[in-house]
Design a binder for this molecule. Sequence first.
Ligand SMILES: Nc1ncnc2c1ncn2[C@@H]1O[C@H](COP(=O)(O)OP(=O)(O)O)[C@@H](O)[C@H]1O
Ligand SMILES: [Mg+2]
Length: 311
Amino acid sequence: MAHVSLGMPKVVISVSGLGKRYGATIAVADVSLEVHEGEIFGLIGPNGAGKTTTMECIEGLRTPDSGTIAVLGLDPRREAAALQQRIGVQHQEAQLQKRIKVWEAIDLWSALYSRSTEGEELLARLGLEAKRNAWFMTLSGGQKQRLFIALAMIHDPEVLFLDELTTGLDPQARRTIWELITGIRDRGKTVFLTTHLMEEAERLCDRVAIIDHGRLVEVGTPADLVARHCPERTVVVTSDEIGPGRFAGLPGLRTVTGDGSVYRLRGEGEAFVTQVINFVAKEGIRITGFRSEVPTLEDVFLKLTGHGIRD
Ligand SMILES: Nc1ncnc2c1ncn2[C@@H]1O[C@H](COP(=O)(O)OP(=O)(O)O)[C@@H](O)[C@H]1O
Ligand SMILES: [Mg+2]
């Protein structure tokens, strides 16, 4: 999944000091970020964090109270018409008429743009060719979302915006969509997406920005954020023959909890797992269970915000 780019990345989206309030509600406060050409960039945070507001200000659909935004060098409000030809947008909880057919939607959307791609080929790429005569209301959740991706891409945009695209889908449909989005990125497009699913962000995004209560908390690759904020590793060892004191002298060990037979060993850094293996082997400790827990973006979120993503 790692995305390799040589030299300085080209900045496609640039946001500086973005602020937006609704009455007394501060939805977004002082958000600054840059999105590079050809990456999947994820804005991640819980419901109400300000993801949709940030995204819609960048798309030119909402007017910010403060800050500056440039997308492909254009001002999303003053140069909206030019920008709409070059970006594709899928909205959170989008809907179509129940009885519009898939091909009719594709035709209708094609007519909106001066440039459009081959609709049939797009349907095939998104695995919808067998559904071209189906009514919108008969599509599954995953098929509907794939149709919305097709509609957002009908004019072959350079930047694609996807708001909570996989919310409510089953794991299989979600995985299919992750593959599609990765394929879109691999054809050189830039993808800006929002999600409150940490696993999705971790699997799909080249870089993520964590947003909470309208403020950016951190930006980086998922691996960097985990390494920086959650360097600790936990190894869970099962052994009936020993007590917790048996692990004294284990290199890198911070704490041991558990007694009886299951021990949770916590240490620092990736090397800790190997250190436990070497120690157990050297000391000839007979173990009946071994498992390591690798921290995830979810742990990073908890550490940085003090609360869980679903709280
Ligand atoms: N049109 C609106 N009018 C009033 N409040 C809004 C509106 N849109 C969003 N909000 C509020 O702004 C905050 C951020 O919302 P939103 O940007 O939708 O967050 P997210 O997409 O992360 O769930 C929330 O408190 C939400 O209730
Ligand atoms: Mg939202």
